[in-house]
Ligand binder design. Structure first.
Ligand code: PHE
Ligand code: NA
Length: 460
C-alpha cells in the first residue's frame, strides 16, 4: 500500500529533492570523510582501496540507504512508528521495529560524544584564528590538545556550545531549521573545501598526495582492507541510525529514491576524495606522519598550518569547515529522536528538541569525564577484549560495532524479505533491471556483507 503526499499532514515536506539531498549529504559528510577516509585509503593501497570502497558503497551503502528512506517515506512518522506501520501494512511482525529502536538509541548515544568532538573543532577555530599555532612545535601543539582533554571545564563549555548549535537548528523545525541550515552550510562547506584544496596545490606536494591516494597498488590491499572498506561504507553514509528514515519521512512522494541515494553517496565520496587532496599535501610538505585518529586533525594539522605561509588563515578555514561538517551531522543525529519525542508527547518541536538535546548533553558528561577524571575507570576491563577501554571508548565501540550493523541488518532483511514487491516498486519508483538488481542486493548480498563485517569487528 502506498500513500500520497497529503498523508504527510501537517508535518511538512522538504521543499525540493535538492533540499533532501543537501540534508542527507550534510549527515553523511563528517569526520569519516575528513580524516578516516584519506588515512585508510593511503594505508590500504590507494586507488585499489578506492575501487573496493566504491564497490562497497554500491552493494551495501546505497541499497540500505534506499531501504531506510523507503521506510520513512512509506510510514510518514518517526522511525519507530514508521517501521511498525510498514510492518502492519505488509502483515509482518511489529517486532521488526527493533531495528529503528536500536538505530535511534545509537543516534542518541553517538550524538552525546560526537558533540564533545564537535566542541574540539569549535575551540580550534579560535586557537588558529588567534595564532596559537603560529610557529608551533610538536610539543606546544601537543600540549594545547592535552590541556584541552585534561580540562573538564573547557570540554564541557565547548560541548555545551556545540549541542546548543544543534538544538537551535532542530528546534526550528524542518524548513526554518534543518533546511535553512543545510542550504547555507553545505555550499559553504564545499567552497571552503575547494579553497583548502587550492591552498594545498601551493605546497609543492600535491602530486605526491594525489599518487598516495590514487595509485592502485593491489599488493597493499589485504582482506582486512576490504573489510575496512565495507565497514566504512556503512559509517560514512550515516546508516543504521534511523537518520535516513527520519529524513525520508519528509520526502515528497514523487522523488525517485534510487537516484537520490546515488547522488548522496556520490557527494559523500567526492568530499572524501577532496579532503584527502586537501590534507595530505600539507602533511607531506611538513614531513609529518599520516597517522590515524583524532591526532591527525588536532595535532598534526595544526602543527603543519602553524608553520606554513598563511597557515593561520587556512587553518582557521579548515576548522570552520570541520565544524560545519560536524554540525550538520549532529543535526541529523538529533532529528530522529526529536521526531519521536514530538509525536509521542505532543510537547511541540521546541520543547522536544530542548528535552532530547538536554538529555544527550547530560550523557555527554560521561565522555568528557572519561578523558580526564575517569580515565582510569574501565567498567568492562575484566574482559580481555575491553581492556583499557574507558566509558567513552565503550560507547563508541558498542554503537559502531554492534548497534549500527545490527540495525542495518534488520532493515535489509525486513525490506528485502517482508515487504511486498509491488509496494517497493511503486514506492522506490523503480522497475525492470534496476529494481531487480536492488532487490537481489538487499535480499542476499547486503545482509551477508553486513554479517561478515559484524563478525570481523567482534573478533578482530
Ligand atoms: N557519516 C559521518 C561521517 O562520515 C559520521 C556520522 C555518523 C554522522 C553518525 C552522523 C551520524 O563522518
Ligand atoms: Na561520510
Amino acid at each position: 500500500m502506498t500513500q500520497s503526499n497529503s498523508a504527510a499532514g501537517s508535518r511538512g515536506l522538504w521543499s525540493s529533492r535538492l533540499a533532501f539531498i543537501l540534508a542527507a549529504t550534510g549527515s553523511a559528510v563528517g569526520l569519516g570523510n575528513v580524516w578516516k577516509f584519506p588515512y585508510v585509503t593511503g594505508e590500504n593501497g590507494g586507488g585499489a582501496f578506492v575501487l573496493v570502497y566504491l564497490l562497497c558503497i554500491f552493494i551495501i551503502g546505497i541499497p540500505i540507504m534506499m531501504a531506510e528512506v523507503f521506510i520513512g517515506r512509506n510510514g510518514r512518522h518517526n522511525p519507530i512508528a514508521s517501521f511498525r506501520l510498514v510492518a502492519e501494512r505488509n502483515l509482518a511482525s511489529p517486532a521488526w521495529r527493533a531495528s529503528a529502536i536500536i538505530g535511534m538509541l545509537a543516534a542518541f548515544i553517538i550524538l552525546s560524544f560526537y558533540s564533545v568532538i564537535g566542541g574540539w573543532a569549535a575551540s580550534y577555530i579560535g586557537h588558529s584564528a588567534m595564532g596559537d599555532f603560529t610557529g608551533g612545535t610538536a610539543e606546544s601543539v601537543g600540549k594545547l590538545f592535552g590541556d584541552l582533554l585534561a580540562s573538564p571545564v573547557q570540554l564541557l563549555a565547548w560541548h555545551t556550545v556545540f549541542m546548543a548549535l544543534v538544538v537551535l537548528v532542530v528546534s526550528r523545525g524542518l524548513k526554518g531549521g534543518l533546511e535553512r541550515a543545510v542550504t547555507i552550510l553545505m555550499p559553504a562547506l564545499f567552497v571552503l573545501l575547494l579553497v583548502v584544496v587550492g591552498y594545498a596545490t601551493t605546497t609543492g606536494h600535491f602530486g605526491e598526495a594525489a599518487s598516495f591516494l590514487f595509485t592502485p597498488n593491489f599488493e597493499a590491499l589485504t582482506v582486512k582492507g576490504v573489510l575496512v572498506a565495507l565497514g566504512h561504507a556503512f559509517f560514512t553514509l550515516s546508516l543504521g541510525m534511523a537518520i535516513m528514515m527520519a529524513y525520508g519521512s519528509y520526502l515528497s512522494r514523487d522523488v525517485p529514491i534510487g537516484r537520490t541515494a546515488v547522488s548522496v553517496a556520490l557527494m559523500d565520496t567526492v568530499v572524501a576524495l577532496l579532503a584527502g587532496l586537501a590534507i595530505f599535501p600539507v602533511v607531506f610538505a611538513n614531513g609529518l606522519e599520516a597517522g590515524a585518529g583524532p591526532g591527525l586533525i588536532f595535532q598534526t594539522l595544526p602543527l603543519a598550518f602553524g608553520n606554513m605561509p598563511m597557515g593561520d588563515l587556512f587553518g582557521t578555514l579548515f576548522f570552520v569547515l570541520l565544524l560545519f561538517a560536524a554540525w550538520t551531522s549532529g543535526i541529523s543525529l538529533l532529528e530522529p529522536v526529536v521526531e519521536w519525542v514530538e509525536e509521542k508527547t505532543e510537547m511541540g518541536r521546541t520543547f522536544s528538541a530542548i528535552l532530547a538535546g538536554g538529555a544527550c548533553w547530560a550523557l555527554g558528561i560521561v565522555s568528557i569525564l572519561s578523558l580526564n577524571v575517569w580515565s582510569d575507570i574501565t567498567p568492562l576491563g575484566m574482559f580481555a577484549a575491553f581492556e583499557g577501554k574507558t566509558m567513552f571508548d565503550l560507547l563508541d565501540y558498542f554503537t559502531a560495532n554492534i548497534m549500527l550493523p545490527l540495525s542495518g541488518l534488520l532493515t535489509a532483511l525486513f525490506v528485502g524479505w517482508f515487504v511486498a514487491k509491488e509496494t517497493l516498486q511503486s514506492d522506490l519508483v523503480m522497475t525492470g533491471g534496476a529494481f531487480t538488481l536492488w532487490h537481489v542486493l538487499i535480499r542476499y548480498i547486503t545482509p551477508v556483507a553486513v554479517v561478515i563485517v559484524f563478525v570481523y569487528n567482534l573478533i578482530g
